[in-house]
Design a binder for this molecule. Structure first.
Ligand SMILES: NC(=O)C1=CN([C@@H]2O[C@H](COP(=O)(O)OP(=O)(O)OC[C@H]3O[C@@H](n4cnc5c(N)ncnc54)[C@H](OP(=O)(O)O)[C@@H]3O)[C@@H](O)[C@H]2O)C=CC1
Ligand SMILES: O=C(O)[C@@H]1CCC=N1
Length: 266
């Protein structure tokens, strides 16, 4: 692969994508460029991954074929103004910010640009990510396939209608945080009953991983899978009753409502 990929903003999500891409051997490290506002983070990224780092967003924009805008949404107007006259003629712009639309950002470039809205999640670092994708009309079939291939190297992809991107952000991009909180809580309970901390994470995280695989690979409804765990008069159904009493499902749905409210606030 001879294309060069750049990240403007080198925070958590950029770092996870870079780490996953390098681990998958999709790209040579010298073909990855990154810039960042604060110098310290950039230096440690350069040291850890051996990629090309620069304090200049424009330098990154000038040197790459695919530009990831991996800053927070509030920085999009400033960063685009800075780089719009520096990008290569045929560059592909990848928006990863929550709530940012293709249309809104096409107009910020003030010229026609190939653009992708991508919503990845941090498990891309371990090549188990999920990235939802939408493309603008200037993306050719080859461009689209390239972007799908790139994200497939670090997990799975789903091409979706852009109008569903906000909810995909909540349930795909943000949900790992919900799941980490669940694992942490379950592990705390394990520790409460005497399991050592490290083993508590090993047990609970594997239970989550295995359950997710069951949903993906058995093609069975989650409720059926849940029923198969609940032995008659047994222990699990006691836990189910306690979770229902404490509004477990409702808490998850409320978490998604709160996420959507933030994504769509004007
Ligand atoms: N974290 C996640 O799981 C996901 C995040 N995203 C999206 O990714 C984007 C980044 O999020 P995340 O990585 O979590 O946030 P971070 O705060 O970790 O990363 C953002 C980075 O951008 C840098 N930055 C800010 N302004 C500028 C600028 N003007 N020029 C250059 N660099 C700048 C910051 O520098 P510094 O703080 O060092 O000054 C920071 O390192 C967001 O838009 C978010 O919506 C999408 C999917 C999942
Ligand atoms: O918290 C955020 O805003 C980003 C969007 C999806 C995951 N993290």
């Amino acid at each position: 692969m001879d294309k060069h990929i750049g990240f403007i903003g080198s925070g958590n999500m950029a770092k996870a994508i870079i780490g996953g891409l390098l681990e998958s051997n999709f790209i040579k490290r010298e073909h990855i460029y990154a810039s960042n506002r604060s110098k310290g983070k950039l230096e440690s990224l350069g040291n850890e991954y051996g990629i090309q780092v620069s304090e200049s967003n424009s330098h990154v924009a000038e040197n790459v074929d695919i530009v990831f805008l991996s800053v927070t949404p509030d920085q999009y107007p400033t960063v685009i103004e800075e780089v719009r006259d520096r990008i290569k003629q045929d560059a592909i712009i990848v928006l990863i910010a929550g709530g940012q639309s293709i249309e809104q950002n096409e107009s910020r470039f003030m010229k026609e640009v190939k653009m992708v809205k991508a919503m990845p999640n941090t498990p891309v670092l371990v090549k188990e990510g999920l990235t939802t994708l939408s493309f603008n009309g200037l993306m050719t079939d080859t461009d689209r396939q390239f972007i799908v291939d790139l994200f497939n190297k670090v997990g799975k992809t789903e091409v979706i209608d852009e109008k569903l991107m906000d909810i995909a952000s909540a349930v795909g991009g943000s949900s790992p945080a919900f799941i980490y909180m669940y694992i942490e809580a379950l592990a705390d309970a394990a520790v409460l009953y005497g399991i050592p901390r490290e083993q508590a994470y090993a047990i609970t995280a594997q239970a989550v991983l295995g359950s997710a695989k069951m949903v993906l690979e058995t093609n069975t409804h989650p409720a059926q899978l849940k029923d198969e765990v609940c032995s008659p008069g047994g222990t699990t159904i006691q836990s189910m009753a306690a979770l229902e009493k404490n509004g477990f499902r409702s808490a998850i749905i409320e978490a998604v409502h709160a996420n959507m409210a933030k994504l769509t606030e004007k």
